[in-house]
Design a binder for this molecule. Structure first.
Ligand code: GDP
Ligand code: MG
Length: 439
């Protein structure tokens, strides 16, 4: 995928803004990538339309090249759809917290029950696991074995008892033993069937779980969407666990589950062992689904360039006329990182009419400016007024950078003027651009 997207992005890269016509190809690639990652078709469609909206509305931050910006948009959308951050398990105000496991047979419910219990114990929570899968004797034994392995108690009433009753009695037992979390393992069918759903709904109604977690096998791919819809409609889930993510899957099911239920994926299972459980992180899953480790470096670079904290700091400095030569250098460096000066200038209203020669002159001017700033002491850089007052300092800088003293004087005069102009602009007044260094 990364390669094909790269191709599509190359086409956008040369352009100076993201537009309907230049993202069509790239969107097609994203769509194909998501389908390949087993994201459900409906989910893909709505995701693509979100990306398109975000991309077309993104002109304001153009400064970064459009290719990088597009990558970032796709990635950000994906992270957003999957819930931005990790959502922890519910914690009841009054113990015990009850967690109900749901899902098809073989999805990994029983394994996940033990995994969760172990995980919670590491967080200093005590657990009781409840075995309600009475349809297969082996199922109860499986939970008992796991319980022995991790030394966590299992509540069971054999295969003759009613699952709803077992669940209720399990919660009672936890209260009695002062255990703070009950995890109820349930039965599943190979396919969704009504009696299984009815039983699950009944358990849910009786024990009123704080968390109802749907365990979804990541390998189910496209089917994850229907599965989630059915369980969510009939039972009402509050979260999910994506199991078997250690297998050969890109994990598109994560996107489907989240998009369709609106509920967070809380954990992922990454192996058969009881320790193989990890909190779900949307950002990691986004890069896995997009299969774009190297592309992420680009995204990070883009983010660096758009570092909001820095921009805000700069704005404050401008407002207070504290903008100094250090900030000026930083801005120049930023401009260079973001691409050619010409490209940036075009983004400034009224600057689109500059000719190639104008831009070249601007670039030369910037280089000279940089050389002069390079010859300033750090005290002078952070306090430009020193230079305005001292001809000897200006002479020293002129000599050091190989320029005439008059050029240094001009730079400082321009800088001072620019600083006060920027302050006015920051306060909402809009003076003319003429007179800025290099313009
Ligand atoms: P249940 O029918 O939903 O209770 O599913 P089980 O917990 O019995 O798991 C079914 C099979 O999947 C077992 O062989 C598990 O060892 C295996 N399994 C469960 N979770 C994972 C996982 O995260 N990774 C791998 N590789 N196998 C898993
Ligand atoms: Mg089971």
């Amino acid at each position: 995928l990364a390669e094909r997207l790269e191709d599509a992005w190359k086409k956008i890269r040369g352009q100076d803004k993201i537009s309907q016509s230049n993202i069509t190809e790239a969107l097609k690639e994203v769509r194909r990538a998501l389908l390949e990652a087993d994201v459900n078709l409906q989910v893909v469609k709505s995701f693509i339309s979100e990306v398109e909206k975000a991309a077309l509305g993104a002109e304001v931050i153009s400064g970064v090249n459009p290719g990088q910006q597009f990558i970032k948009i796709v990635y950000d959308e994906l992270v957003k759809v999957m819930g931005e951050s990790n959502v922890p398990l519910a914690l009841a105000d009054k113990a015990p917290t009850v967690i109900l496991m749901a899902g098809l047979q073989g999805a990994g419910k029983t394994t996940a029950t033990a995994k969760l219990a172990l995980y919670l114990r590491k967080e200093k929570r005590s657990c009781l696991m409840v075995a309600t899968d009475v349809y297969r004797p082996a199922a109860i034994n499986q939970l008992i074995t796991l319980g022995q392995q991790i030394n966590i108690p299992v509540f069971e009433l054999g295969t003759e008892a009613n699952p709803v009753e077992i669940a209720q009695k399990g919660v009672e037992k936890a209260k009695e033993l002062n255990i703070d979390t009950v995890i109820i393992d349930t039965a599943g069918r190979l396919q969704i069937d009504e009696s299984m759903m009815a039983e699950l709904a009944q358990i849910k109604q009786k024990v009123k779980p704080d968390d109802t977690l749907l365990v979804v096998d990541a390998m189910t791919g496209q089917e994850a969407a229907n599965l989630t819809r059915t369980f969510h409609e009939q039972i009402g889930i509050t979260g999910a666990i994506l199991s078997k993510l250690d297998g050969d899957t890109r994990g598109g099911a994560a996107l489907s589950v989240r998009q369709i239920s609106g509920q967070p994926i809380k954990f992922v299972g990454v192996g058969e062992k009881v320790e193989a459980l990890q909190p779900f992180y949307p950002d990691r899953m986004a890069s896995r689904i997009l299969n774009m480790g190297d592309v992420l470096t680009l995204v990070e670079k883009a983010q660096e360039e758009l570092d909001l904290a820095d921009v805000e700091k700069m704005q404050n400095k401008i407002l207070q006329a504290q903008f100094d030569f250090n900030d000026f250098l930083k801005q120049m460096k930023l401009l260079k990182n973001m691409g050619s000066l010409g490209g940036i200038l075009k983004l400034i209203p009224g600057m689109g009419k500059l000719s190639g020669a104008d831009i070249e002159r601007g670039e030369t001017e910037l280089k000279r400016t940089e050389a002069m700033i390079g010859s300033m002491t750090s005290e002078e850089r952070s306090n430009p007024d020193l230079l305005a007052k001292s001809p000897s300092r200006r002479r020293r800088i002129a000599k050091g950078s190989g320029h005439d003293e008059s050029e240094v004087t001009k730079l400082i005069a321009n800088f001072t003027r620019m600083r006060s102009m920027m302050q006015q602009m920051g306060q909402g007044r809009m003076p003319s651009m003429a007179g800025m260094p290099g313009m």
